[in-house]
Design a protein. Sequence first.
Length: 182
Amino acid sequence: MFLNVTSHYKQKFSILSERLKKELIDFQENTDKWKNNITQTLLEHVIIEVANGKNTEQSSEYQSFSFPARNAVDGSLSSFSHTSSQTNPYWLVDLGTVYAVKRIEVFARIDCCGYYIHDMDITVGSTTNNMKLCTHYKGPASTKERIMLSCNKTVDGRFVKLSIFGKKSIMALAEVKVFAFV
């Protein structure tokens, strides 16, 4: 009788053990799928800065090349780009490839003249002739201000342009950072 009970429990234990192994294997497979899905989702939503050191241009340069457009993507807040006083001044960066642009950060000069940044359209496009509005900044900015601007919706583009339209103005930018999904 004792052997019967023992073999009965061994058999039940064996069945439970097999079920547990199967459930553990299923759990591991589901966990791996879950990890892969989370990783993929995170990768699809990683935002990085893509303008630093890229090619730039601006509508004019104040005082013969003293303040070139490239100063706004050199990583330093102590240098700056600066246009002459003109109608429709602009600054442009070529990101080198198309990105899904989400956010732009603009840093005003740290020594003076933050108010130069005002009534500014930020546009993004795959070519300079095909730009879409990302957002508008009314301003004016303050000296040393960091302006964080999100696109109304993500815009795909290679070029990002900051423009002041219709007014004789100066555009002076300490730094411009473009954040995009990768």
